[in-house]
Design a protein around this ligand. Structure first.
Ligand code: MLT
Length: 262
């Protein structure tokens, strides 16, 4: 499968692959990607299977399948080594990438994500949402259900363009894409050992107002990564990269050890 993607910066520059959250698409990274490309990265941000312009996966739901599509894209582009960033679901896929070919990942950005597997109630809730999306042939119900958790209170009150954009992205996501990803996330394993075994530079970025992956979980992930560092971005919730892209880009660029490695 060829993943549609944003590809910014010089072709020969160090590659940074950015993976988006659920249930949105690669444009989540638009406000961050230009700044990172201006700072020396080649930023590659794909739509994951079933989101944005990407066709749904045909294989059974599994974050490992999404990771394999990322490798297929990178192999097609001739990119061997890369830095890797994932926001929330993108982070789960990034952890699956690390399980498959860790030696290709030069540095790791985990943004608003979690290393723990789902609790049983969370898993059941995901499977119910997957069934409902398919039964209704719609993702409309997810707008009201998810927005108060995806966006922080400052964004909900004072960044109406972000509220509008995220709502439109959710509406534009297919029921099939939502169902596949929900089932894949429900089945994902605990990733603590994966992170504990990753020897490279790693930065955890979290929003101070994130209710889905709160700051204490971000601290635990940074402590689990052997070279983990932590940056908390004020006044943003779970989708920090669109809530305050400049602050997220500044956090990512504030650690020279993360690259770009000229
Ligand atoms: C996301 O933002 O990708 C989702 O909140 C991830 C999840 O449902 O765990």
């Amino acid at each position: 499968m060829t993943l549609p993607r944003t590809d910014l910066g010089a072709a020969g520059a160090p590659a940074l692959v950015l993976l988006h959250a659920f249930p949105v698409n690669r444009h989540l990274w638009d406000g961050v990607a230009g700044t990172l490309a201006d700072s020396g990265w080649r930023v590659i941000a794909p739509d994951l299977p079933g989101f944005g312009e990407a066709a749904p996966a045909v294989q059974p739901p599994d974050v490992a399948v999404a990771a394999a599509t990322v490798f297929a894209m990178l192999d097609g582009l001739g990119v061997k080594e890369f830095s890797l960033g994932g926001l929330s679901m993108g982070g789960y896929v990034a952890m699956a990438v690390l399980r498959q070919q860790p030696d290709r990942v030069r540095s790791l950005f985990l943004v608003d994500t979690k290393m723990a597997a789902d609790t049983e109630p969370a898993r059941e809730n995901r499977l119910a949402i997957a069934d409902r999306a398919l039964a209704e042939h719609s993702t409309e119900f997810l707008v009201d259900a998810m927005l108060p958790n995806l966006l922080g209170p400052v964004t909900l009150a004072s960044r109406p363009h972000v509220v509008h954009q995220v709502s439109e992205w959710i509406r534009g996501t297919s029921a099939e894409g939502v169902a596949w990803a929900m089932r894949a996330m429900a089945a994902r394993p605990d990733s603590s050992a994966t992170l504990a075994g990753y020897p490279g530079p790693a930065l955890v970025v979290g929003g101070t107002d994130d209710r889905l992956s709160p700051p204490d979980e971000q601290e635990q992930m940074a402590a689990t990564l052997p070279m983990g560092q932590l940056e908390l971005v004020p006044d943003v919730g779970h989708l920090s990269a669109i809530e305050d892209p400049q602050a997220v880009a500044a956090a990512m660029l504030g650690h020279p050890e993360m690259g770009p490695h000229a």
